[in-house]
Write a protein that binds this ligand. Structure first.
Ligand code: ATP
Ligand code: MG
Length: 378
């Protein structure tokens, strides 16, 4: 039996807004996406009233989940700050797992202090780290997954969250096709694969559906994927960020309790300029940059092993030195990295004794060393 949008609307009509109006008449609902038993939408409210709406969001979610045939409901509360209006009160994690509030306006950057003072940590996770790039297509997702496996090989309990809501690639890179189940507490259970706990918006929606998500809804959905997922106990959660340094990325960097960020760049000058932007973004929000990785650093011929520096290799190392951040390693452009990614069997898993796995493990070791204090303290 497939769920219809009308059934969802009927369910929501029974939920009242804080002013007592049925939710369906309150003019706050986004487009409702219903897809194979999965329901997604946001409730868009004025920031000043956001707190009053938190309970409504939870009721709406319960109402939707009660509809026969609904497997998952992801309902985000997003708040828009009116020009000149009061800023939303930043609130810490509440016991109902209500997402944080984000805004349409450029996020406010705290003048000082650690970003950790602004968001609650995620219970059970010692360190959340971001893998980011200023530019798309530089191999961020490939590196994030193989780095997660390198950290696993360093003896850590590791999770991977694909936060690239516009173009989730973790389903392809891992070959995961199944949908996450809910536990008794109605939290999504991450998919276990390769010894990692993995979650991606791509497990829930088709790629085209993911594309329609805009602005605050993106942040809200990501916050929910962080907090409404039963991650269990993890030493490190690696977050594959959406590419770029726009508002969405800045909000994310600001709202996710990050212990550090890793910037992926290729050696080309243009990519390095973008990498610099990425670095500046994390510095603005006081997230420590754990280092830069140069991906597609040099070309390694799969037949003869000859190395060619087709992109002018070494730019990222030089840039890291110039900017005073650690240089974590160079990954060659190699067919087997591409082929293993495309077939859903990442190279660290499928060729564990090969040279590329060794490179990712060495990067993982450097990252682990930097986070040692945080992991040991948890
Ligand atoms: N070191 C490498 N050698 C060969 N191919 C690579 C390497 N790193 C990534 N690739 C390939 O490059 C393509 C882009 O990689 P990936 O999807 O990881 O990039 P991305 O930065 O996450 O992209 P997006 O910006 O779209 O999220 C993929 O086909 C991947 O297999
Ligand atoms: Mg990607």
């Amino acid at each position: 039996m497939s769920v219809t949008k009308q059934q969802v609307l009927d369910g929501l009509a029974k939920v009242a807004s804080p002013r007592g109006v049925p939710l369906t008449n309150a003019n706050v609902l986004s487009e409702i996406a219903v897809n194979d038993g999965k329901v997604f939408f946001s409730i868009n409210v004025d920031a000043a009233e956001a707190r009053a709406w938190e309970g409504v969001r939870a009721q709406a979610e319960a109402a939707v989940r009660a509809i026969p045939g609904v497997a998952t409901a992801l309902i985000a509360l997003t708040a828009e700050r009116k020009p000149g209006g009061a800023a939303p009160v930043p609130h810490r994690h509440d016991p109902h797992g209500v997402p944080h509030v984000s805004t349409h306006r450029p996020p406010q950057i705290p003048a000082s202090g650690s970003p950790m003072s602004r968001q609650a940590e995620i219970p059970g996770i010692a360190a959340v780290i971001a893998v980011a790039s200023g530019k798309g297509g530089v191999g961020k997702s490939t590196t994030a997954l193989n780095l997660a496996l390198g950290l696993r090989d360093a003896g850590l309990r590791v999770g991977l969250l694909d936060a690239d809501i516009y173009g989730p690639s973790v389903p392809r890179l891992t070959g995961i096709r199944e949908k996450p189940q809910l536990n008794d507490a109605k939290k999504m259970i991450p998919i276990p694969r390769f010894g990692l706990a993995i979650m991606s918006i791509g497990f829930l929606v088709e790629e085209e559906t993911a594309m329609i998500w805009r602005g605050p809804m993106v942040m809200s959905a990501i916050t929910q994927m962080l907090r409404d997922v039963a991650w269990g106990t993890l030493d490190i959660l690696v977050v594959d960020m959406p590419p770029g340094t726009g508002d969405a990325q800045l909000t994310l960097a600001q709202n996710v309790p990050l212990k550090g960020a890793i910037i992926i760049s290729t050696p080309q000058d243009l990519a390095l300029i973008d990498a610099r932007r990425g670095l500046a973004m994390f510095r603005k929000v006081n997230v420590p940059v754990l280092g830069i990785v140069e991906n597609m650093s040099y070309f390694e011929c799969p037949h003869c092993g000859t190395r060619s520096d087709i992109f002018g290799h070494g730019g990222a190392r030089h840039e890291a030195e110039r900017l005073g951040v650690p240089f974590l390693g160079e990954i060659p452009l190699h067919m087997s990295i591409r082929a293993t990614s495309d077939s859903g069997t990442p190279v660290v898993e499928s060729e564990p004794d090969g040279p590329h796995a060794a490179i990712y493990r060495a990067i993982g070791q450097k990252v682990r060393d930097q986070l040692q204090g945080v992991i040991a303290a948890a």
